[in-house]
Write a protein that binds this ligand. Structure first.
Ligand SMILES: [Zn+2]
Ligand SMILES: [Zn+2]
Length: 106
């Protein structure tokens, strides 16, 4: 017997990752983005060199030092940075322009 698989494919796409990035690939290993199963942690969003980047769940595990590859908030040190309208916003403490080196006031 051959079961017909022509019908019954009514899977609904999972709205997992909705981000605007230049490259929708992992910043660490370069794999294309995908919706991780619920057993895995979600992709991490970060900023490196002023660009929004993503880190896949596996790289977060395989490369615990991935956080050292990306930029950190100048205020709280978090890597949970998001690029919004050209400004880096810290999603941990809310600092806007977290990476901007403050010009020394004279
Ligand atoms: Zn990766
Ligand atoms: Zn912060």
């Amino acid at each position: 017997m051959v079961a017909s698989a022509a019908e019954g494919d009514n899977r609904t796409p999972v709205a997992g990752i909705v981000v605007t990035v230049e490259r929708a690939t992992c910043f660490v290993c370069g794999r294309a983005t995908y919706d991780p199963p619920k057993s895995e942690r979600p992709w991490a969003r970060a900023v490196s060199g002023g660009r929004q980047v993503l880190v896949c769940p596996r790289s977060q595990v395989d490369r615990p030092d991935w956080a050292s590859l990306v930029d950190r908030c100048s205020n709280c040190g978090s890597t949970r940075l998001s690029l919004t309208l050209g400004e880096v916003v810290c999603r941990a403490c809310g600092t806007v322009g977290a990476l901007e080196a403050r010009p020394s006031e004279q």
